[in-house]
Design a protein. Structure first.
Length: 350
């Protein structure tokens, strides 16, 4: 996905976004705490002390954050850091399904951070790629991700609580999943608005709001459901660098993802029930309209039949020259129409 484009997940279309200047930020842990370092110093430490393939690793942890990757950053990831070309291709192209892939000496995750765009009041998803090794973390993303800023602030404030990359990976996952709950609250309010709109507003407004909300919920579930599988794999202990003490914390994140998925499914069911109720009410209104039209058609047809009989042009027919014939015909028509009207009224057709 280009650095100048942002995916509008409400419409599925790409829209122009402000140009983001490519940046590489680097941080390293040390005896004096967490401090920013130059990218060159971080790469040197990565190759000599922290990267995959280094036999004698130090206690130092390197975190590289790459914003808006392009061809230069792809070359940096492939040749300077030595990551697999397939993983680097996923970082540059974007639009990947949430997943976790294991490579020699590290694993690669694709995650999505969610938030509500305050200007458009719609969900916005930001793709985040994470390389995690025993002593390094590399994050790659196109747009600003507030979760990374929060985790970095926690790491700098309390390095002892996030002393290894497994704890950092948990902090990233935990913060990302926690940000899903305000999005759920936003969707819950919109579902309630849609349910109320089913009773008011025009039909076009109802259908437009329902289709837009269903599309966003479907896209949100496509992001959350694979992350559930990602966490399931982490809990199977198939991946290195995760201490057994961290498993309950990853299990807690997994439970939160399960809850988010269930809430999404529940809202989709409520939305489907609201649509079914609207269609049922519309069908009932249509049936009532057809009954009224059928009843009046029968009444008018009976009156027209009488008028047709008395309007025939024959010399030899009853009541041809009767002085009260006109009044009689009108009276018969009104009488038959009244009887039919009362009958249909009793049958609740009118």
């Amino acid at each position: 996905m280009s650095a100048r484009q942002e995916l509008d997940f409400a419409t599925g279309l790409s829209i122009d976004a402000p140009e983001a200047r490519s940046r590489v930020h680097a941080y390293a842990s040390g005896p004096s705490g967490i401090h920013a370092v130059s990218p060159e110093e971080a790469v040197r430490a990565f190759r000599e002390r922290c990267g995959p393939g280094v036999e004698e690793k130090t206690e130092e942890i390197i975190w590289l954050d790459i914003v808006s990757p392009g061809e230069a950053e792809a070359h940096f990831l492939r040749h300077d850091l030595g990551f697999h070309p397939l993983a680097v291709e996923d970082c540059v192209r974007g639009r990947q399904r949430p997943k976790v892939d294991r490579y020699s000496g590290y694993f690669f995750m694709v995650l999505y951070a969610a938030r509500i765009n305050p200007d458009r009041q719609r969900m916005a998803l930001t793709e985040l790629h994470v390389f995690v090794g025993e002593r390094f973390v590399v994050t790659v993303h196109d747009q600003r991700v507030d979760v990374l800023t929060e985790v970095l602030a926690r790491w700098r404030a309390a390095p002892g609580r996030l002393a290894d990359t497994g704890a950092l990976a948990h902090a990233l996952l935990d913060n990302i999943v926690d940000e899903y709950f305000p999005v759920l609250d936003h969707f819950s309010e919109r579902v309630e608005d849609v349910e109320e709109a089913m009773l008011t507003g025009t039909e076009e407004e109802r259908m437009q709001s329902v289709l837009s909300l269903r599309r966003e919920l479907t896209l949100f579930r496509k992001v959350v459901a694979p992350e559930r599988d990602l966490l399931t794999r982490l809990l199977r202990r198939d991946l290195p660098f995760l201490r057994p003490e961290l498993l309950p914390y990853f299990q807690d994140v997994h439970d939160h993802v399960m809850r988010v998925t269930e809430e999404i499914d529940s809202m989709r069911e409520l939305l489907a029930a609201a649509v079914d109720a609207y269609l049922s009410a519309a069908s009932n209104r249509l049936n009532q309209t057809m009954r009224v039209m059928a009843a009046w058609s029968i009444i008018l047809m009976a009156m027209a039949w009488i008028a047709g009989v008395y309007g025939m042009n024959f010399d030899r027919m009853p009541e041809l020259h009767w002085r009260l014939g006109y009044a009689w015909a009108l009276g018969v028509m009104l009488g038959v129409g009244s009887v039919l009207f009362l009958y249909f009224r009793r049958q609740n057709w009118i």
